[in-house]
Design a protein around this ligand. Structure first.
Ligand code: MN
Ligand code: MN
Length: 311
């Protein structure tokens, strides 16, 4: 069997890395020859989950076509979020829980998309469907991915399937998921020792919205005032990054994981800021706006932005 690489999106999160490891394990059990890799190093939260359950960080790749002909994608499909040479390889499988955008293949493929809170929830179902046993440490890693994506089942992206998966995986992993989950989220919410440059790139994705290159970054914190004290430095760094990378708008969502509220910082042209205000029905004050209850980029940020840019 020809080797294939399995990976999640750039600027990987716990779902991108944890689910790549889980899906690769399942595929290998089913007779395929795969290796889980990553498009970046694990963040603090993911590193905590990997260490807790005894995994090494996956090897980081920059390109895929130099080593394989075919790849499997988890937790993304949009080409600008994937490996840089995605156009030069076949995609044999996708398992994802995001919108499908600009995704084309030349060959037929397995494509599994479900609007659930985490890719690991889908992969958990696939283990069950294929009657493959989930090892204890892998269950812990998949559990970590679901806790991360759903902010401990509190995000509006959370479904009954995610809850069921969390219960089942916590049982296999033999952990108290609420106690472990809070420890894991807090491990990823320490911003004090990171520069603004690092923070705006930790969990950032680019979206093409009606011809505009829109960057949406998110950071999790447990102390919003501590983060907002660095506002001017964040704005300056976002402006520099926009110039360097050609972003038409840059939005930073700073989310308090303890009470599920966010503040947003936005840089861009006056036109694009007006589009942002239309999207959320709120005025930016000095490039800043409170977004109470907003925690999900996928469900609460990208859809209104898409509508506003296209409207
Ligand atoms: Mn992700
Ligand atoms: Mn995800």
């Amino acid at each position: 069997m020809e080797k294939e690489l399995v990976f999640g999106h750039q600027n990987p999160d716990t779902d991108a890395i944890g689910t790549a490891i889980a899906f690769s394990y399942l595929q290998n059990k089913l007779g395929y020859n795969t290796e889980a890799v990553a498009l970046g190093n694990p963040n603090d939260e993911t590193a905590y989950a990997l260490k807790t359950f005894g995994f090494e960080a996956p090897r980081v790749i920059k390109t895929a076509a130099n080593e394989v002909n075919s790849v499997m994608l988890v937790d993304h499909n949009e080409p600008q979020q994937s490996v840089s040479d995605i156009e030069d390889v076949d995609v044999s499988n996708v398992v994802d829980h995001h919108r499908i955008m600009n995704f084309n293949t030349s060959k037929p493929l397995y494509y599994r998309a479900e609007p659930v809170g985490c890719t690991s929830t889908i992969v958990w179902k696939m283990f069950n469907e294929n009657e493959v046993e989930i090892p204890k440490n892998l269950a812990g890693l998949m559990l970590s991915a679901i806790i991360s994506d759903t902010l401990l089942l509190k995000s509006p992206t959370t479904t009954a399937d995610d809850k069921e998966a969390v219960d089942a995986l916590a049982k296999i992993a033999d952990v108290d998921y609420e106690e472990y989950g809070l420890r894991m989220l807090k491990a990823g919410a320490n911003i004090a020792d990171k520069s603004e440059e690092e923070l705006i790139d930790l969990d950032a994705k680019s979206f093409e919205l009606n011809g505009n290159n829109v960057r949406v970054a998110q950071i999790n914190v447990v102390d919003l005032p501590e983060a907002m004290a660095r506002k001017e430095a964040f704005l300056k760094t976002m402006e520099n990054s926009s110039k360097e990378n050609g972003y038409d708008m840059f939005m930073l969502l700073i989310t308090n994981i303890l009470d599920s509220d966010s503040e947003a910082l936005v840089v861009g042209s006056d036109d694009n800021k007006a589009t942002f205000e239309k999207a959320f029905g709120k005025k930016l004050e000095d490039s800043e706006v409170k977004l109470p209850g907003v925690v999900s980029r996928k469900k609460q940020v990208v859809p209104p932005l898409t509508d506003a840019f296209e409207g």
